[in-house]
Ligand binder design. Structure first.
Ligand code: IMP
Ligand code: MG
Length: 509
């Protein structure tokens, strides 16, 4: 059991009158939500996830030690009596991964007595991981650059009304019946694919290293049933009607809703089709734990500043190094080590944009926790931020401010100039030269948006020890106020490093 040193106090006014708080990301994920979920978990009685699944990767640093979890709620590190961690109904739940993570906790001597799993959460099965990876292997341009965790196909089955839930692992008859029906459909689809490729993917460790493969039927139903019944046995005591628990707690207990991914990856509001399969906005998060959005008293939207990242395919107008960067980052052969070897001198001040992008990636440790992929880097994009605030509200936390400490010139995208063929958005007609202050997240539009930048001189000073806004360099303070004004943000906290202590409260908010 570890004892947390609470050296940073949450300013009480932030949570005045708040019973349910949500922490979401306003960008494409990887903005440092984990730090703040952990931070507010101290305040909360219940910490609940309602979206995503093991596609997420949460890094939490406590006293210099780094933890990476995919499925477990970030608040799990609080052992204090009475706190409850919930994996809600909206999560795509892969029992194998949770069981692995619980084993790590046990090894570290941490407790997980207070973890509950929604009986109605969507179940991720081997066929989902297979379908996800088959699609990503296709050469027809339909690649999304997913994390390969079966998330999309699990939600597809849910909406196609052939999905299984966590509770099915507890009932052998319904498990078998639903699984067989589900697999029968998959087998029909699989006849269109290369059997060798199928076998190769089924050999992947995430698919039981071949344990679920059947040479003529693709899947060994019995092996899957047996394995999932075992998972069910292991998790039985944790599986509950968490919707009821949350319903009873609203307004009475302190609830922290932990977002996954980010608004720009939301299936409903993101840069479709290059998105994940759940709605990662505040609404989606509330729904995914079984409560109403109006019961969320406050939502803090995380904004990484003054750069952004994106993992996988999809439009990214402010990407530093443009196409070259996208290609490099999405190449399966690119690794952190290879990048370090080929571009040892890349820095945040490289004059070549491609190398500058690498320099920023290196300065911010922007390599995927789940996939290890290098994250594409770009400048802060205010049109996209203004757009995503519709779904997360104005209250914001700015993170990773220290990453650009040594950067001499910083660009901020304040608007787009549309430079593509005429395109209709309802009655609005976009023509070359149309200026956009708020992004329109259609791929057909985004791909032709030319960012209009404003340049700012950097501060070139270490900020990671700053304890108050007034201690920050004047250039940085001006930038923060500029972004607040331009995007109409109410900035409540600033983050200048991964540790809890490296957090600054804005005095006025
Ligand atoms: P999926 O969620 O694995 O289906 O992947 C769909 C898209 O969302 C891909 O572009 C992923 O890179 C992206 N994505 C999913 N989870 C995360 C995350 O936690 N951080 C950043 N990107 C993510
Ligand atoms: Mg993450």
């Amino acid at each position: 059991m570890i004892l947390l040193q609470l050296s940073y106090q949450i300013p009480a006014r932030l949570l005045d009158g708040v019973s349910t708080l949500a922490i979401v990301c306003t960008q494409w994920g990887d903005t440092g939500k984990g730090k703040f979920v952990d931070f507010f978990a101290e305040w909360a009685d219940i910490i609940a996830r309602g979206t995503g699944g093991a596609n997420a990767g949460h890094t939490i640093v406590i006293g210099g030690k780094t933890y990476v979890f995919h499925l477990i709620p970030s608040g799990i590190l609080y052992d204090s009596a009475g706190k409850i961690n919930v994996i809600g109904n909206g999560v795509a739940f892969d029992p194998r991964i949770l069981i692995e993570e619980l084993a790590i906790l046990a090894q570290e001597g941490l407790s997980f007595n207070n973890l509950l799993i929604a009986h109605n959460a969507r179940l991720v099965l081997p066929q989902h991981i297979l379908m996800d990876r088959l699609r990503e292997n296709s050469l027809d341009g339909s690649r999304i650059g997913t994390t390969g965790r079966g998330i999309g196909p699990a939600y597809v089955d849910h909406y196609a009304r052939v999905g299984l839930t966590v509770n099915d692992m507890l009932n052998v008859d319904s498990l078998r019946r639903k699984l067989e029906r589900n697999l029968a459909e998959k087998r029909k689809l699989l006849t269109h694919y290369d059997p060798l490729l199928i076998q190769q993917i089924m050999d992947h460790p995430h698919l039981g290293a071949g344990a679920f493969f059947h040479p003529s039927k693709f899947f060994d139903d019995d092996a899957i049933v047996e394995q999932y019944l075992m998972y069910g046995e292991t998790l039985r005591l944790l599986i509950k009607d968490t919707d009821q628990i949350l319903h009873d707690a609203v307004g009475k207990k302190r609830i922290l809703l932990e977002g996954a991914q980010g608004t720009l990856l939301s299936i409903d509001y993101g840069t479709y089709p290059f998105v994940t399969a759940s709605d990662c906005s505040v609404q989606g998060l509330a729904r995914g734990v079984g409560i109403r959005e109006r019961h969320v008293d406050r939502a803090f939207g995380i904004v990484k500043a003054f750069y952004m990242t994106r993992v996988g395919e999809g439009p990214f107008p402010t990407e530093i190094g443009g196409e070259q960067s996208a290609k490099w980052c999405n190449d399966p052969l690119t690794t952190k080590d290879r990048e370090a070897e080929l571009y040892p001198d890349a820095s945040v001040n490289s004059s070549d944009p491609f190398e500058q992008g690498i320099g920023i990636r290196r300065a911010g440790y922007e390599y995927g926790r789940t996939t290890r992929r290098p994250r594409r880097t770009g400048w802060l994009d205010l049109p996209l931020l203004r757009y995503s605030l519709r779904y997360s509200g104005r209250d914001a936390i700015l993170t990773k401010l220290d990453v650009l400490d040594n950067c001499e010139m910083i660009q901020i995208c304040t608007s787009y100039r549309y430079d593509g063929p005429p395109y209709s958005i309802g009655e609005q007609q976009l023509v070359p030269g149309t200026m956009l202050r708020i992004a329109i997240p259609h791929v057909e539009v985004m791909r032709y948006c030319v960012p209009q930048y404003r340049s700012f001189r950097g501060w070139c000073r270490n900020t990671s020890d700053a304890k108050a806004f007034r201690e920050l360099p004047i250039q940085l303070r001006e930038l923060i106020l500029f972004v607040a004004r331009e995007a109409d943000l109410n900035i409540v906290l600033l983050s200048v490093g991964p540790d809890r202590e490296q957090t600054i409260a804005m005095e006025t908010n």
